[in-house]
Design a protein around this ligand. Structure first.
Ligand SMILES: Cc1cc2nc3c(=O)[nH]c(=O)nc-3n(C[C@H](O)[C@H](O)[C@H](O)COP(=O)(O)OP(=O)(O)OC[C@H]3O[C@@H](n4cnc5c(N)ncnc54)[C@H](O)[C@@H]3O)c2cc1C
Length: 423
């Protein structure tokens, strides 16, 4: 039976970057990616909106992970290695009075470091036709929609083509000799004694344990080390072992709205502040991601309490009409007649405690998870950290030679600030 040096379970963006940096740092290792779908990147990675935030996070760690990853993607694009369709359309985070107060120290930091600027409500009304105050609008008052007092505009943020990013890391993996076992769903991780004694009901509680193999399609796949990068499916594999992965799946839905009936103008504003509509994040969890090339808008809403932690990938059309459209049409009346052409759903692998990624080791496994709605934009850094964990190194070297103490996003000695900007 084949035994790999490292088997990566899950071929999403975090599995691919982990596989790539593991193999890059250990050219002699046999590395395999085991993916349940027929192709890599078909899990939540493919359901992502592809937004990237250059350092616009309240957590210092998230800032480092996103900035170094985005710099890496930019270099890959500029060097001609891959066209990732990166476009700095900017992020606009609209601020209510309470959000502005809660985030004030971070907002000051973003402005001081030149990462963002504060846009007045008047400018938002003028150039984007956003309704910032709902005074006198009975419906909006009934919905208790909050007024917008300003916006944080971060021009170095934007969008990339996630599929192209996935293919870039897949090509890199293939060029180094990483194997892909596609269409193979891992049913379980098998715990075995490190030193089997051949007695019944092993492993006994007093025996030292190891994950000897995984079972996929009834077949055993052995490896010396495993990387578990199964995103929001991670609890399914680790709960049966009694290992807490600290993430839960939270459903997120996206609707595609065609840019017609006056909406086209938003894609080509040509103004001084906004040349085109940026990725815009409204109060109450609503966001609009303009897709200029496709002449459409991707619209979503992140709901919290009331939305169960559940692996559910079914989009609900009623969700658009009941929840998204009422808020959308109040803040942007240009969308009043909008209807979804298409919808999909995915799940955030939510780390609800601090919103930062999690990379930790148990036995001979490294768990890589906690994308928390922004895993694509941090994926290069997280893959390097996973590889360092596999190699038993304390420090990972991120893009640009930035050293990163991997225990910071581990479990035992975790030292991260809370992320308040989960969008
Ligand atoms: C609607 C939505 C919008 C988002 N927008 C953004 C955004 O704008 N920017 C951003 O950076 N992030 C965004 N994200 C988050 C981002 O998609 C995730 O953080 C990222 O894709 C996580 O990557 P992953 O590799 O951990 O998970 P996944 O891509 O889900 O990969 C896990 C893989 O494991 C496989 N797998 C699972 N179980 C098994 C098993 N038992 N055996 C074998 N294989 C298995 C799955 O098929 C999957 O391919 C968004 C997410 C959603 C849902």
């Amino acid at each position: 039976m084949v035994e790999y040096d490292v088997a990566v379970i899950g071929g999403g963006i975090l599995g691919l970057t982990s596989a790539y940096y593991t193999k890059l740092s250990n050219p002699g290792f046999s590395v395999a990616v085991i993916e349940k779908e027929a192709e890599v990147g078909q899990g939540n990675t493919s359901r992502s909106v592809g937004g990237y935030r250059y350092g616009i996070f309240t957590s210092h760690v998230n800032r480092i992970l996103s900035e170094t990853s985005i710099n890496h993607f930019r270099e890959a694009q500029e060097s001609g290695e891959a066209d990732l369709s990166m476009r700095d359309v900017g992020y606009l985070i609209l601020l209510t009075k309470s959000r502005m107060e809660r985030l004030s120290k971070y907002l000051e930091g973003f402005v001081r470091e030149g990462k963002g600027e504060i846009i007045k409500a008047e400018e938002l009304r003028r150039s984007l036709r956003i309704v910032t105050s709902h005074k006198g609008d009975e419906e909006a008052e009934l919905m208790e929609l909050e007024d917008i007092v300003a916006g944080l505009y971060a021009p170095r943020c934007g969008q990339l083509d996630v599929e192209k990013l996935v293919m870039m890391y897949k090509r890199r993996c293939i060029s180094l000799g990483v194997e892909f076992l596609l269409g193979r769903r891992v049913e379980s991780l098998q715990l075995s004694p490190e030193k089997p004694l051949g007695i019944p009901r092993e492993p006994r509680a007093w025996q030292k344990l190891t994950v000897s193999h995984v079972v996929a399609g009834g077949e055993a796949i052995r490896a010396r080390q495993f990387i578990v990068a199964t995103g929001s499916w991670t609890p399914e594999l680790l709960d049966p072992l009694g290992v807490d992965c600290f993430v839960k799946p939270k459903k997120r839905q996206v609707a595609v709205v065609k840019a017609s009936g006056g909406l086209e103008e938003l894609l080509n504003l040509g103004g001084e502040v906004f040349k085109e509509m940026p990725m815009t994040f409204f109060p109450h969890g609503l966001y609009i991601a303009p897709r200029k090339g496709e002449k459409s808008f991707w619209v979503g809403l992140t709901d919290e309490i009331g939305r169960p932690f559940l692996l559910d990938l079914e989009a609900e059309t009623s969700y658009y009409y009941d929840n998204i459209h009422p808020v959308l049409s109040k803040y942007m009346p240009a969308f009043s007649n909008s209807r979804p052409e298409n919808m999909w759903a995915g799940c955030y692998s939510m780390n609800n405690l601090d919103g930062n990624p999690i990379v930790f080791r148990f036995l001979n496994c490294v768990v890589v998870t906690g994308g928390s709605g922004s895993g694509v934009m941090k994926s290069d850094a997280v893959g390097r950290i996973a590889a360092a964990a596999v190699n038993g190194q304390k420090t990972a070297i991120l893009h640009g030679g930035v050293p990163f103490d991997i225990s910071v996003i581990g479990v035992e000695e975790r030292r991260v600030d809370k992320e308040y900007l989960i969008l």
